[in-house]
Design a protein around this ligand. Structure first.
Ligand SMILES: CC(C)(COP(=O)(O)OP(=O)(O)OC[C@H]1O[C@@H](n2cnc3c(N)ncnc32)[C@H](O)[C@@H]1OP(=O)(O)O)[C@@H](O)C(=O)NCCC(=O)NCCS
Length: 221
């Protein structure tokens, strides 16, 4: 379904708050919901344990990983995420696997008329990696962004070395549009990133989750 061309009322931010899923991936049940204040303990446990897994791909955290990912940091971050979502600028989703926090899919930099564009970013608990869970979570978010949120374009940027993230984007049909030199300060330096994107004209028949279901990578729960 192509996005609307009629102007939207100022301050409009359709599609938030939202709960997405459930979807089954292997033996796991996946759901997405808005991030919440009481995520702090689990958020910190995963991110402190997974520093080596996450740090090479995430924006540089001034003040040190341990401090910036401790549970006392979460309320401030959560508050900023919630206010930006309430203003229609982002959709900060927590990924729950079998009812437990496992990662995030963040839609950010939402620009409405005339661009109707945003970017997507994500991370996943390393203990649950390689099972297709992030791919399915991003598929749910894309169906939501091109559906109720009424975006026309979703972008993602990724370091050329990030094989797992490039696999997620490629599986979902993102197109590589170019190389962005020294695009983002990641892990202590300005790093080149590939720019990927999808537009509404490229939605697979029935949507992104339907595509994964057809490929046997997910099932409707
Ligand atoms: C990128 C990331 C979110 C992928 O999560 P995930 O749940 O493992 O992803 P999936 O299981 O859906 O895997 C998607 C693909 O990546 C492949 N993959 C996963 N980990 C991989 C690895 N370490 N090396 C190579 N391929 C890998 C899977 O085999 C799968 O490929 P396929 O679709 O061809 O079978 C996760 O590795 C992560 O959190 N990385 C650190 C943060 C990060 O890089 N965020 C993105 C920044 S752009």
């Amino acid at each position: 379904m192509p996005p609307p061309t009629v102007p939207e009322p100022p301050g409009s931010h359709p599609g938030w708050p939202a709960r997405l899923g459930p979807v089954r991936v292997g033996e796991h049940v996946l759901r997405l919901r808005p991030v919440r204040l009481r995520d702090g303990g689990e958020w910190a446990r995963i991110r402190l344990r997974d520093e080596e897994h996450l740090r090479p791909w995430e924006t540089t955290t001034h003040g040190g990983w341990a401090r910036r990912n401790s549970s006392v940091e979460w309320p401030g971050r959560w508050y900023l995420l919630r206010s930006s979502a309430r203003r229609g600028l982002s959709l900060p989703f927590a990924i729950e696997v079998d009812g437990v926090l496992a990662g995030h899919v963040m839609v950010g930099n939402v620009v409405r008329e005339p661009l109707l564009s945003a970017y997507v970013g994500y991370w996943m608990d390393s203990r649950l990696g390689g099972r297709g869970i992030t791919t399915a979570a991003v598929a749910l978010v894309l169906d939501h962004c091109f559906g109720p949120v009424r975006l026309h374009r979703v972008e993602a940027t990724v370091r050329p070395e990030n094989v797992a993230s490039i696999a997620v984007l490629s599986r979902l049909g993102f197109r590589r549009e170019g190389l962005l030199r020294r695009y983002l300060d990641v892990d202590g330096a300005w790093r080149d990133h590939y720019g990927y994107a999808l537009t509404a004209e490229e939605i697979p028949p029935g949507g992104f989750v339907a595509k994964l279901v057809r490929e046997g990578r997910a099932a409707r729960a």
